[in-house]
Ligand binder design. Structure first.
Ligand code: FE2
Ligand code: FE2
Length: 176
């Protein structure tokens, strides 16, 4: 048997002894509190994005606003799904999702910016997506191989933010 693996008796014994740690075992590769903190930063980022996109959805106006506004709503809903997946992972790791509204903008990496003009809204959303992309990429790199499940959660969210950024960019490009 491969000698880098913990022997099965020790694995079984630890699993039984530290049962109340749920899915977090002695093989967990990093500081779980730091991972929870990082996930709470991502949760705040997503929640700010939910609210910004929703505000833009309701206030977008003008002849060509309809397809853009419906994309804002779709993105808002997807950011909420991301937030929920992050909350779920935080709880799995024994943490608590931090959703106190008075602290969200302080913790988030993205910004809550409103605009009167449709183009300006699109630009704000593109910037926020790019902030999220850079932020999640750094989180993923920091986690490395230490927590594959959290890494996968962040990677799948990252892929979606890249799609979002691309869609916002398409609205800014000249048509035809
Ligand atoms: Fe998101
Ligand atoms: Fe996004």
């Amino acid at each position: 048997m491969t000698d880098f693996l913990t022997d099965v008796d020790t694995l079984r014994d630890r699993a039984r002894r530290n049962m109340m740690s749920g899915p977090v075992t002695a093989s967990y590769g990093t500081d779980v509190d730091r991972v929870v903190e990082l996930l709470n930063t991502a949760l705040a980022t997503e929640t700010v994005c939910v609210l910004r996109y929703r505000q833009h959805y309701f206030t977008a106006k003008g002849l060509d606003s309809e397809p853009v506004a419906s994309e804002f709503l779709a993105h808002s809903n997807e950011e909420q799904e991301h937030a929920d997946r992050l909350s779920n992972r935080i709880v799995q790791l024994g943490g608590s999702p931090l959703l106190d509204p008075s602290q969200l903008t302080g913790r988030a990496h993205s910004e809550y910016r409103t605009a009167d003009d449709l183009k300006q809204m699109i630009r704000e959303n593109l910037v926020a997506e790019r902030v999220a992309i850079a932020s999640y990429t750094e989180m993923i790199n920091w986690i490395g191989a230490a927590d594959p499940t959290t890494r996968r959660v962040l990677e799948s969210i990252l892929a979606k933010e890249e799609e979002h950024a691309d869609e916002m960019l398409t609205f800014l490009e000249p048509q035809g």
